[in-house]
Design a protein around this ligand. Structure first.
Ligand SMILES: Nc1nc2c([nH]c(=O)n2[C@H]2C[C@H](O)[C@@H](COP(=O)(O)OP(=O)(O)OP(=O)(O)O)O2)c(=O)[nH]1
Length: 137
């Protein structure tokens, strides 16, 4: 019997970048899958949204940060098979945003130099994204 095809989960994520070229990562909350791992802010793309709208909404909800679709630039994407789904995750970068990020729906936030991202345990889907940020910054 053939294995069932896993559903594709579309998640949109964003690397906020500060004036020093550091990237913001967020620690996943307790009680959720992959709790405690560090990830790029973002979330599932809802049925009525574009990925860019998802990023703008999630930055507001998770961090209290405001930005605009025009301030998002696509960098790369993750494509990774988890147990229950296949994750497809465009990663945007954003250098222009308003407000100081605060950890509203996450455990903690950290501004990290791209070369130091490997010091923070991330979901397996995220590891291939790191070289793109190192190249960019
Ligand atoms: N936001 C974000 N999600 C990531 C990253 N890497 C990665 O594998 N994911 C996965 C974790 C989750 O399975 C999914 C994002 O879903 P989510 O954060 O909106 O939802 P969740 O798992 O917290 O579950 P829910 O309670 O909100 O339904 O993508 C990343 O860098 N950022």
């Amino acid at each position: 019997m053939e294995a069932a095809v896993k559903p594709i989960l579309l998640v949109a994520a964003c690397a906020l970048i500060d004036a020093d070229g550091r990237v913001l990562i967020a620690q996943r909350p307790e009680g959720k899958a992959m709790a405690g791992l560090w990830e790029f802010p973002g979330g599932k793309v809802e049925a009525d949204e574009t990925p860019e709208e998802t990023v703008v909404r999630e930055l507001h909800e998770e961090l209290g940060v405001e930005t605009k679709i025009a301030c998002l630039a696509p960098l790369t994407f993750a494509s990774h098979t988890y147990t229950d789904f296949h994750l497809l995750m465009p990663l945007y970068v954003c250098r222009r945003f308003w407000g100081v990020p605060e950890p509203r729906e996450v455990q903690a936030l950290k501004w990290v130099r791209p070369q130091r991202l490997r010091d923070y345990p991330m979901p397996p889907a995220d590891e291939p994204l790191i070289p793109f940020l190192i190249d960019l910054l």
